[in-house]
Ligand binder design. Structure first.
Ligand code: ZN
Length: 144
């Protein structure tokens, strides 16, 4: 279990410096952007992840989903708690790799949304409450 250091907030008053890489940013509740520190910034995405991130007592923690062997790469699925409209091609190598990834959680295949539902962080549940509620009910209709 790893506690994530979210102290480096990126905003208008505190923009990224020239040595800071926007790819190391993480996007949290209410549009909050943080610059991930070491080592968490090196955790790669996998479509078959072995960890997930959950806020506990106000601190985000990386929590194992299963036993991780020594030397095994630590990964999480960037789409869990994922917002935005970023699309990328994944090369994670997992047998269930989705290949073309959309950053928003609700773009995941429905069965995967259901599988990941218990892993969603509280801030994401609040921010996307209507959609989370609909998923939890098993109501896949888009109409209200
Ligand atoms: Zn993948």
């Amino acid at each position: 279990m790893l506690k994530i250091d979210d102290l480096r907030v990126v905003d208008e008053q505190r923009p990224l410096g020239s040595a800071e890489d926007p790819r190391h940013c993480d996007y949290l509740q209410a549009g909050k952007v943080i610059l991930m520190q070491i080592p968490e910034r090196y955790i790669n995405h996998s479509c078959d992840p072995n960890t997930y991130v959950k806020t506990i007592d106000g601190v985000r923690e990386v929590i194992a989903l299963r036993r991780i062997a020594p030397g095994e790469e630590v990964t999480y699925d960037y789409c869990i708690n994922g917002n935005g409209n970023t699309v990328w091609v994944c090369h994670c190598g997992a047998s269930r790799c989705r290949r073309l990834i959309h950053s928003d959680f609700f773009h995941l295949p429905l069965e995967l949304q259901r599988e990941y539902l218990p892993l969603l962080d509280d801030w994401f549940r609040q921010e996307r409450a209507a959609e989370v509620e609909r998923l939890a009910r098993g109501d896949t209709q888009d109409s209200p």
